[in-house]
Design a protein around this ligand. Structure first.
Ligand SMILES: Cc1ncc(COP(=O)(O)O)c(C=O)c1O
Length: 346
């Protein structure tokens, strides 16, 4: 038994009175939730299993992504997609490469699948990708999976497409590009799928679709790899409800998704400038969150915000992130509440 595995740490039993700046979620559920509930009232065949092919959802994703249905694997969340990747490519003791500070589940899920981590930290100060070092390692060691989080959680920084291509060209293993936050950046490596059969892209409805509670994600890869992923996933890992909600979202709410994305991007710039005015360093972000350096007062500030029913993600005691706190961008009103609370604390 692997006794070293520690559970993912985050806030539990948070009441509805708390403003959540700690989960990188959107401020409101999608408008299609009304239609979804109406449809359920009319017909809800919950006594039966759903469609294990997720054909309808795959058709809609294929249009959204402009890519063939045969390259899509629907999963129960982005996190399950990571588990599938671990199961597909790792044998006991195989190496995977991560670039900390990054999404912690890359490491934990691959370790659960018996892999061994090799770390190539992001560059100091800018949190850019250390491509030269990544390639050096890829040339010297057999690395089964190389993770690129684009934009990266928790820094909000990006890896350029040219850099991703350099990595793809220099490994015989797969490169997993996590595009959970793509909409807030606007750049994708989907077109590279036609050129590289070792590229796998991870997506999640949690962020752009404002449906984190429903747990739906998907993988994009070559047809050959997609057949492997499809064999590994649970036959019906996505519930009838979640599948239906994702379908209705893509049928009805694509304009809303664009509007929300625009609002978040505007608020990201506004909140960043306001935090800078308060004297903090804010890392430039292409995601729906920002990393802010609160320095030595980080823990105290997070605690005081908590006392005012505001949760932020305190990363200040983490390696590479000393003094840093991750803050989700919410709507104008909520962001103003955060700024006013910070002013009072300071
Ligand atoms: C970079 C990244 N990838 C994947 C996920 C997984 O998202 P979910 O499991 O909600 O689909 C998250 C969630 O926060 C994330 O930050």
């Amino acid at each position: 038994m692997n006794k070293k595995i520690a559970p993912y740490q985050w806030a539990k039993n948070v009441g509805s009175e708390v403003l959540r700046f700690d989960t990188n979620t959107l401020p409101d559920p999608p408008p299609c939730i009304k239609e979804f509930l109406k449809e359920l009232t009319n017909s809800c065949p919950i006594n039966e299993y759903g469609d294990p092919s997720y054909d309808k959802l795959k058709k809609l994703i294929s249009k959204y992504e402009n890519i063939s249905e045969n390259t899509i694997t629907v999963t129960n969340s982005g996190d399950e997609a990571l588990d599938i990747i671990g199961k597909a490519f790792l044998n006991n003791g195989d190496y995977f490469l991560i670039q900390p500070p990054t999404y912690e589940i890359f490491k934990s899920q691959c370790e659960i699948n018996r892999g061994k981590a090799i770390e190539v930290p992001l560059l100091e100060k800018t949190f850019g990708t250390d491509v030269n070092n990544v390639i050096k390692i890829l040339k010297n060691k057999s690395i089964k999976i190389t993770f690129v989080c684009n934009p990266n959680n928790p820094t909000g920084t990006i890896t350029k497409l040219e850099e991703i291509e350099m990595i793809l060209k220099n490994t015989s293993g797969i490169v997993l590009v996590d595009e959970a936050y793509r909409e807030f950046y606007g750049v994708t490596c989907v077109p590279l799928l036609a050129k590289y059969d070792n590229l796998v892209i991870l997506r999640s409805f949690s962020k752009f679709g404002a449906m984190a509670g429903a747990r739906v994600g998907y993988l994009l890869a070559s047809e050959k790899l997609s057949r492997v992923f499809d064999a590994i996933r649970f036959p019906l890992g996505v519930s009838y409800f979640s599948c239906k909600l994702a379908e209705i979202l893509l049928e009805q709410d694509q304009n809303w998704i664009k509007e929300q994305t625009k609002m978040i991007k505007n608020e990201r710039e506004r909140l960043s400038r306001l935090l800078e005015k308060l004297g903090f360093f804010v890392y430039p972000s292409q995601a729906n969150f920002i990393l802010v350096n609160f320095g030595k007062r980080a823990e105290e500030i997070c605690q005081k915000l908590k006392e005012s029913n505001i949760l932020v993600r305190d990363r200040s005691n983490k390696k590479y992130l000393e003094g840093c706190v991750r803050i989700t961008i919410r709507n104008q009103k909520q962001n103003n509440i955060l700024i006013n609370s910070l002013k009072k604390i300071l």
